[in-house]
Ligand binder design. Structure first.
Ligand code: NYM
Ligand code: MG
Length: 222
């Protein structure tokens, strides 16, 4: 029917992509799982882009973050915290445009890593969260929850700042608090599950999500 076609055309034009985030401690499997999800969605014909924060290469802010993480530069905790946040702000417009154009974003770390790693140093949670307000809110967060003893079995950490078991323990407990607070759109998954099993769980949730959010407006962190 003619009228139906017009309505279909309008609603197709408004379909946006989903904003999906992976969070968790270092070595919890975020990079593996986010890449598997991207491959799966792309194989299904869904326009999908993989991003990760910090985005170290494409800006001066990213380069400073990289030199901080690799221990070639020291900065006060507050300063590096705000730089991690600024690194998200400098990618905001591009992310919004991609989502609005119908591209799904699968993002390895976001604002919650920003909060978790700085709160783990002893800074105030509300102070840490404040610069994130106004950034885009993810439609879903996959929180890969690790038992820290299990993580230790995966072999020794790398040499970057923060890659120490005692510090990761603190980070993990902040992620747990964030999960309690944000549980309406967070999915806590057991990072010790087999890679393929985890991937199936994540793919199933994501495929439903794509349909659900396609016609919903983008939201902001408040
Ligand atoms: N990290 C990451 C932060 O401290 N704050 C942030 O806002 C973000 C996005 O950077 N140990 C930390 C967590 C990691 C480190 O990330 C580098 P990756 O995903 O290991 O490259
Ligand atoms: Mg890491």
């Amino acid at each position: 029917m003619r009228g139906g076609n017009v309505v279909d055309k309008i609603s197709n034009a408004m379909q946006r992509g989903a904003f999906i985030v992976f969070e968790g401690c270092d070595r919890s499997g975020k990079t593996t799982q986010s890449r598997l999800l991207v491959e799966k969605l792309q194989a299904n014909g869904v326009s999908t882009v993989h991003l990760n924060f910090p985005e170290r290469k494409s800006s001066q802010i990213g380069q400073v973050i990289n030199s901080y993480l690799t221990n070639s530069q020291d900065l006060p905790d507050e300063v590096i915290h705000l730089m991690f946040s600024a690194n998200r702000w400098e990618h905001l417009n591009r992310m919004r445009k991609q989502l609005e154009a119908g591209t799904t974003l699968v993002v390895d770390r976001y604002s919650y890593s920003g909060v978790a790693y700085t709160v783990a140093k002893g800074l105030d949670l509300n102070w840490c969260y404040a610069p994130e307000r106004g950034l885009l809110k993810p439609d879903a967060v996959f929180y890969l929850k690790t038992e820290l003893d299990e993580l230790a079995k995966r072999g020794s950490y790398g040499t970057e700042r923060y890659e120490k078991l005692e510090f990761q323990r603190k980070v993990s407990s902040v992620f747990d608090c964030l999960y309690e607070r944000e549980s309406s759109y967070w999915h806590r998954l057991n990072a010790s599950d087999k890679v393929e099993d985890l991937h199936q769980q994540i793919a199933q949730i994501s495929e439903k999500l794509l349909e659900q959010v396609a016609t919903q407006p983008l939201d902001k962190l408040t």
